[in-house]
Design a protein around this ligand. Structure first.
Ligand code: GDP
Ligand code: MN
Length: 394
């Protein structure tokens, strides 16, 4: 889950990191400060350049607040605004902790040239990969910052900040934390003037408070009803604009099917995934969501594809066929199955294909063939529909 600045800073504050004093503006109460920063709270960045962050004096505070909220409404956003005490910034750094997914290790990124123009300063960002077995060591961070050109007086406070930020990531299951700018104040203190963070959704069960974050509400308000139901059932379902509803689980296979559809001139109407396998209840939810997605007028077909190695083919096919018998799929349907090893212990792939064919549905054993069969089924239905119309017209 992506966090808005306010939620990210709240987590940092709880972990002892320096962030400006501030609060979400509540029209029913006087603002926490009479002058300072007025900052739009939203899930995307680049606010500084689009007038969504304003520094206001006591005289122009009200006008600036109104301007930021008005601009947010124009952009179709809820006018959620963070108000903070002013920070007297001497220098702006860029600091980021992220997980390098190839190395599978936390990585610290740092540049002395932080601020709104970091994109043009990308070549100045240095990286320190943390050995997961060793963890973060302050002396290594200090040396890294010195090598990155940070002047000696700032090394101490920035090192302390970076190490504490890493501890916060570990404790709060933050998998991405970007502080830009990390400010060095005119008093020599280091403080997070901005914060972007994402939480590792797989760790949600460890953090009951995540549900009550403002970011969670904001995220939910931007989702479709089907997407919200998926979240409640702890699976992933994302609506896409295409014409084929895809019943498949597993991120890799799901993405491959989306690509194959595109190659065949079709397009996926959803992406579904149940990370860590699909227990039957989660599978049931995904199937319901996919079928409901398929009832939309723009969706012309349903593609099912599973690869099974451990889960019994018989149990999976049995569940799907029971469903089909009870309630036929709302649009042309093609099954695709790959099974090997223990999956075939109770039913062979050939038997599974036969079971689908008996009910009038193609069952293919490669993703390419399944996509081709679906394309044909959609075309056939199109012709039939045209025939029906022309028969009626006569
Ligand atoms: P972003 O553009 O969405 O990343 O928004 P930021 O929160 O990073 O704000 C953009 C810029 O506004 C920062 O780089 C700072 O230069 C400036 N800024 C934000 N808050 C303050 C503040 O409290 N005091 C001062 N002096 N500058 C601030
Ligand atoms: Mn920023």
């Amino acid at each position: 889950m992506r966090l808005i600045e306010f939620d990210a800073k709240q987590l940092l504050r709880e972990r002892g990191l320096a962030v400006p004093r501030g609060a979400i503006y509540d029209p029913a109460k006087p603002p926490v400060v009479e002058a300072g920063a007025i900052k739009a709270q939203m899930l995307s960045g680049g606010r500084g350049k689009s007038g969504l962050v304003k520094l206001a004096s006591a005289e122009d505070f009200r006008a600036s607040l109104d301007a930021v909220q008005a601009q947010m409404r124009t952009l179709g956003m809820e006018p959620l605004v963070l108000i903070e005490e002013p920070i007297s910034i001497a220098r702006e750094f860029y600091l980021c902790w992220r997980i390098d997914d190839v190395r599978q290790a936390f990585t610290l990124m740092f540049s002395q040239h932080g601020g709104v123009d970091i994109e043009s300063q990308a070549s100045t960002i240095a990286e320190l990969v943390v050995d997961p077995l060793e963890g973060v060591r302050a002396h290594r961070v200090a040396k890294f910052l010195r090598d990155a050109g940070l002047d000696s007086r700032a090394i101490g406070p920035v090192t302390r900040f970076a190490v504490a930020a890493y501890r916060a990531c570990e404790a709060e299951d933050i998998d991405f934390l970007e502080i830009n700018p990390l400010a060095l104040t005119t008093d020599g203190e280091v403080i997070a003037v901005d914060a972007k963070a994402t939480l590792d959704d797989h760790a949600a069960s460890r953090h009951s408070k995540w549900n009550s974050l403002l970011s969670a509400q904001l995220q939910a308000s931007g989702m479709t009803p089907l997407e919200q139901r998926a979240i409640e059932a702890s699976c992933t379902f994302i609506e896409l604009q295409g014409n084929v509803a895809v019943l498949s689980t597993g991120a890799g296979l799901g993405m491959a099917v989306v690509d194959l559809l595109a190659d065949a001139g079709l397009s996926a109407a959803n992406f579904a995934d149940a990370s860590g396998g699909a227990p039957s209840q989660v599978f049931g939810t995904i199937r319901d969501l996919v079928y409901e997605r398929a009832t939309a007028p723009e969706v012309e077909g349903i593609l099912m594809f599973f690869t099974l190695t451990a889960t019994s083919l018989k149990s999976v096919v049995g569940t799907i066929l029971d469903d089909i018998d009870r309630m036929p799929p709302p649009k042309p349907f093609v099954a695709g199955l790959i099974a090997a090893g223990a999956a075939e212990r109770e039913m062979t792939l050939a038997e599974a294909q036969e079971a689908f064919r008996k009910r009038g549905y193609a069952c293919e054993t490669s993703p390419e063939a399944a996509v081709a069969a679906l394309k044909q089924a959609i075309a056939a239905r199109g012709t039939r529909a045209t025939d029906e119309v022309s028969t009626r017209d006569q």
